[in-house]
Design a protein around this ligand. Structure first.
Ligand SMILES: *Cc1c(COP(=O)(O)O)cnc(C)c1O
Length: 221
């Protein structure tokens, strides 16, 4: 199938799941994850009218989008991978949302740079719902204090939470945990669900699903 057909297929699956769970399909935003995909596939998604994309590395995102993005003023780009503090300026130049705020140093430096610029890029906090040692993110029990720190000390505009469930666990356990944490803190946005499980995230209130290979095919390494 073409990229246009894949996008159509995924949008219709989102709409179906949203309807089944009495949600407005417009509240479920499809983040097309374009990491390690060739430029012609990105262009095909743009030509099909898609405007929301995700990248997990700042430098690759610059290579993919720095020249292209200005041609599509309604395009939005989310950072969905770890952000090093020495890349904050480049990240804020390019991204419209940082989904991966995951530690105090990053939160503080993001807040300082936005204050200098007089801008406020919306952010999500990445939660390590599986408490995996090798994975980025705040543990669920650290979240209340970290959220307060981000908002009150750093002045960040925290819209919600993001998670990447452990590969061996049923993802719905983690989606449910993220939903519960968001409700406890009155946060609206939830970024969860990928190619293999995005439909399962919709009943649990995902507002962003991050889908790569189901749109673009297998990635280049
Ligand atoms: C690569 C990636 C995705 C997309 O994964 P697919 O399985 O190709 O849909 C989603 N979220 C994050 C954080 C990623 O790094």
């Amino acid at each position: 199938m073409s990229i246009a057909e894949n996008l159509k297929d995924i949008r219709s699956k989102i709409a179906k799941a949203a309807t089944a769970w009495s949600r407005d399909a417009d509240d479920v935003n499809l983040v097309a994850v374009s990491k390690r995909q060739p430029q012609d596939k990105l262009q095909a998604a743009l030509d099909a009218g898609h405007r929301l994309f995700g990248e997990n590395r700042v430098q690759e995102a610059q290579e993919h989008w720095a020249a292209l993005k200005p041609n599509y003023p309604d395009m939005r780009l989310h950072l969905i991978g770890p952000l090093q503090t020495n890349k904050i300026k480049e990240a804020l130049d390019l991204f419209d949302m940082i989904e991966t705020v995951d530690r105090e140093k990053l939160a503080r430096k993001l807040g300082e740079e936005m204050k200098t610029r007089g801008t406020s890029t919306p952010c999500l906090i990445q939660v390590n719902t599986g408490e995996e040692p090798q994975k980025a993110g705040i543990t669920p029990h650290e979240l209340p204090a970290f959220l307060t720190f981000c908002v009150q000390e750093c002045g960040l505009d925290i819209r919600g939470l993001m998670c990447i469930p452990p590969v061996d666990d049923p993802p719905v356990l983690h989606f449910a945990m993220l939903k519960k944490l968001a409700a406890q803190h009155d946060l609206k946005d939830l970024s969860m669900g990928m190619s293999s499980d995005f439909e399962k995230a919709i009943p649990l209130n995902a507002t962003y699903v991050r889908v790569g290979s189901a749109i673009f095919g297998n990635r280049e390494y």
